[in-house]
Design a protein around this ligand. Structure first.
Ligand SMILES: [Zn+2]
Length: 269
């Protein structure tokens, strides 16, 4: 059993591409919306309502919520509480670096408490931002700020996406220090211009993970499988290399955790 906790599969076409790429090895996936569907930066990713129209009719695909921190919080909290209550979303994703707020912001704590109440995780895009328009501010996306939030919301499970690329050691430190913080390995292995460059990137990620797992072996128990798959015509087109990575680093029990046990505990219990 494998669950992919981080994809941007948002229509039937991308879902077909995903199934082809994964060779049918992945049974369940989580699709992630963007806070603003009109964004010029990431035009392909729909917002929550638009994504739900797709995932509601796909039994193997589950949606996250996402709150736009620049617009009215009260109405969005109310809507997300409704969606959590009806099990139509399995967590909430926030984009700190794109929207200029820290994870320990008072507003985030309110969202964190809502997630805690419904026992669903709060997920953050952490680390480097895909940002063709040069708008993101990296300090907000640094993993160190998750440490404060984890302590302010001890009842809430928190997920750091993309292993906080490129802040792997800092991410490892924060995960190791907080039992309620988890991490996914998605998105680091994108397709570069040449096969050689792509291969080197995959090797470098292995080397970096080897280093962080050596320093913080405990976090091997809190790693989850995720790909960030966004379609076969995008740089985020890989599934198998992430499966191989999990198999290369983790023992049998840790692999079960990474492939589905943690996902079931955090998103589906
Ligand atoms: Zn993503």
């Amino acid at each position: 059993m494998i669950i992919d906790i981080h994809t941007h599969v948002c229509n039937k076409k991308i879902w077909k591409e995903y199934q082809k790429e994964s060779g049918g090895a992945v049974e369940k996936i989580i699709a992630i919306p963007y806070f603003d569907k009109n964004s010029q930066d990431i035009p392909r990713i729909p917002d929550v309502e638009e994504l739900l129209e797709f995932t509601d009719s796909e039994p193997s695909i589950f949606s996250l919520g996402s709150i736009n921190m620049d617009s009215d919080l009260e109405s969005q909290l109310a809507r997300h509480e409704e969606l959590l209550r009806e099990d139509r979303i399995v967590g909430i994703k926030l984009y700190t670096g794109y929207q200029y707020f820290y994870p320990h912001d008072e507003k985030v704590i309110r969202i964190g408490k809502l997630c805690g109440k419904y026992k669903r995780p709060l997920i953050f895009h952490i680390g480097d931002c895909f940002d063709p328009e040069d708008r993101a501010i990296l300090k907000y996306a640094h993993p160190i700020h998750i440490d404060d939030l984890a302590k302010l919301c001890p009842e809430t499970n928190i997920v750091i996406s993309h292993f906080g690329f490129p802040y792997f050691l800092e991410t490892g430190n924060v995960v190791a220090s907080n039992e309620n913080v988890y991490v996914d390995i998605s998105a680091v292995m994108v397709e570069f211009d040449t096969p050689e460059a792509t291969r080197k990137l995959q090797e470098q990620y292995r080397d970096d993970l080897r280093r962080v797992f050596t320093y913080f072996p405990i976090i091997k128990n809190r790693v989850m499988f995720g790909t960030d798959f966004a379609g076969e015509n995008t740089p985020l087109k890989f599934v198998q290399p992430y499966i191989e990575l999990i198999r290369a680093f983790l023992d049998e029990e840790q692999q079960k955790n990474a492939f589905y046990k943690l996902a079931e505990k955090l998103y589906f219990k």
